[in-house]
Every structure is written in C-alpha cells, then in structure tokens.
Design a protein around this ligand. Structure first.
Ligand code: SAM
Ligand code: SF4
Length: 328
C-alpha cells in the first residue's frame, strides 16, 4: 500500500500523459505556451502501462485518471486506456480533458474501457471562451461533451474555474446548462499553479462566493452521501437528484482525507499537486530497475507526503512546475 506518515493511503493515481495542450487557459498557461518536455524524457506508452500496472498490482491503486496537459493530444491514448482496462484487479479509469477531439474519441475510448470523463468548460460565451483560452474552440468542446454523453460515459462531470471580472457572472447559467444536459457541474477554486505566477488570493472567486451566487437562483442542500476522500462538497439542486459540487481547494482544503498520488509525463512521482519534491521513476526504470525496486521508490515517495498544501503558510512556495506539467 501507499501509506504516508499521517496514515493516509493513496489509491487514486493521476497520470499526466503529456504536458502539451491545444488551449492556453489563462489560469494555467501563458498565451505563447511553455517549453514542452523533450520527447525523449516523456514516458512511452509501454513505460506508462508498466508503472500503472505496478501501481495496481503491487501498491493498491484502484482508480486511474489520465490527464495532462491535454490527454486527447496523446496519440496512444486509446491504446493506453485499453491496456489499463486489462489490468487485474481492474481499476476504474477516468479522463480529465478540455473536450477538444472528444467528438471523435468518446466512442473508441468507451469501447477501450474508459469509465468516466471530466470536461473543463469555464464559459458558455464563445467570445469569453476565446479570451479565456486564446483559441476559438468553443464548439469543439460542446461537441465533445455531447459525444461523451451519446457514448454512454456516465456521469459526465464539467469542471469550471471562475475568475473575477471574466466569467464570475456565469455560475448560474453554467449550472442551468449542465442541469439541462444531464452533466454534473463542479466549480474549482483557482489555485496558485499557473506558469505565469499570476494567482492572487484577491482575484480568486471563493467557494463561499460561488455558493452565494448559486443560492440566489437555486435551493442548495448539502448532500448527505458520505464524502469520503472526494474533493468536491456536493449539494442537491432544488431537492435533487441533480447535484452541484464545489471544490474549495484553497479556502476549504481537504488534505486530511487525500487519497491521491501523481505521475508526471516524464515519470516523476509527486505526492501532492503542491509538493516541492519529486521522485524519479523513469531513470531507474530505464536503467533496468525491477518492479519491486520501482514499487519501493514509489512507497518512499508517498511516505514523505506533507500534512497539507500550506497555501496559507507565510513560507508557501508555488511548485516549480505548473499544473499542466504536473497533471491536474
Ligand atoms: N487539459 C485538461 C483539462 O483542462 O481538463 C486536463 C489538465 S487541466 C490542468 C485539469 C484541470 O485543472 C482543469 O479542469 C483545469 O480547469 C484545472 N486547472 C488548471 N489550472 C488551474 C488552476 N490554476 N486552479 C484551479 N484549477 C486549475
Ligand atoms: Fe490546457 Fe487544461 Fe491547462 Fe487549459 S487547463 S491550458 S486545457 S492543460
């Protein structure tokens, strides 16, 4: 098992398949993009599947989420999902994506064994979308969501980051859209993980503000279902069964029940989004390490996990890698 010194057990593995992306969301990447990882440093499909297999067979991983960067730009994605679904015990397999390309890939991914998808969408306004992502791809995202629904991927979750003065007035319309379409919406507080280091607490739209905006139009009651390690606080909308989630990563941290561990596209284990240290698995793997040696490095990496992200500590330092390179 992947147990840390506070007794938390990591069972949910987030794997970044690439640091590249076809959007430039302002809270994530600068418009000009970033210096992408050299191809030779990025794990091959075989290396990814080997590490995921070690996680599942030897370390108690039960859920695998593929992310990035944008995972749909990784050519071997369908193959990687298929090989993940063949592992035993079979893990739950999910994907976090901006939705571009999902119109074409939703069905092959479902057939390969994908269980669930989270699609990021911050606005329903094409002009806002362009301003926010520096790309005119709104229609592709909507088409991707529809295709995921038609392919039977359930539940479809939509991730939204609200930003002051940009899309903060869209909370209600986004929820209305998701209710109509049968998607579950989750608002995520903006975190200090952008490559430009542009985050400020004052510009962040807090969970309290989001709930106040939603409560003006909907009747929200806390979901009585056990929350477990889920980052989202969930609320029934107008008595349910539809729900909305709020992920207050900054103002309502859930580090105490965290069950996540991350693998970057270049094969580094990170025990937290905000960790300052990483443990290299790629180097030892390429030098011939055995499964057991890799598993032991991984266990050691999780053992050292800190109690919390410490965003409120005066000594807080933003991680040196941005979210797109860590795997969100
Ligand atoms: N490209 C995919 C996508 O956008 O869904 C996957 C990677 S992206 C880094 C994963 C999630 O992180 C997205 O829902 C995105 O909105 C969110 N995200 C990115 N930067 C963020 C930040 N600074 N604060 C909060 N969430 C962020
Ligand atoms: Fe790309 Fe996702 Fe970052 Fe947006 S949030 S720039 S879609 S990696």
């Amino acid at each position: 098992m992947l147990r840390d010194s506070f007794g938390r057990v990591a069972t949910d593995l987030r794997v970044s398949l690439t640091d590249k992306c076809n959007l430039r969301c302002t809270y994530c990447m600068p418009p000009e993009g970033l210096d992408w990882l050299p191809t030779a440093q990025v794990l091959t499909a075989d290396e990814i599947v080997r590490l995921v297999r070690i996680g599942v067979e030897m370390l108690g991983i039960t859920e695998v989420r593929y992310t990035g960067g944008e995972p749909l730009v990784r050519r071997e994605l369908v193959e990687i999902v298929q090989r993940t679904a063949a592992l035993r015990p079979r893990p739950q397999i999910s994907l976090t994506t901006n939705g571009i390309g999902l119109a074409r890939l939703a069905e092959p991914l479902r057939a390969a064994g994908l269980d669930r998808v989270n699609v990021s969408l911050d606005t329903l306004d094409r002009e806002h979308f362009k301003r926010l992502t520096h790309r005119d791809r709104f229609d592709d995202v909507i088409a991707g969501l529809r295709a995921a629904h038609e392919a039977g991927l359930r539940p479809i979750k939509v991730n939204t980051v609200l930003m002051r003065g940009i899309n903060e007035d869209e909370a209600v319309s986004l929820l209305r859209f998701c209710l109509e379409q049968g998607y579950e919406l989750r608002f995520i507080e903006q975190m200090p993980l952008d490559a430009q280091h542009g985050w400020s607490r004052a510009a962040m739209v807090t969970a309290d503000e989001i709930l106040a905006k939603l409560s003006a139009a909907f009747d929200l009651t806390p979901d009585q279902e056990e929350r477990g390690s889920a980052p989202a606080e969930r609320f029934l909308v107008d008595g349910g069964p539809a729900r909305v989630g709020v992920i207050g990563s900054v103002t309502r941290p859930f580090c105490g029940s965290c069950d996540r561990v991350r693998l970057t596209a270049d094969g580094q284990v990170r025990n937290c989004l905000f960790a300052r240290e990483e443990s290299d698995l790629r180097g030892p793997m390429r030098a011939g390490a055995s499964d057991e040696e890799l598993a032991e490095r991984w266990r050691a990496a999780v053992r050292g996990k800190r109690a919390g992200h410490g965003i409120d500590d005066p000594s807080f330092l933003q991680p040196s890698r941005p979210m797109s390179a860590i795997g969100g």
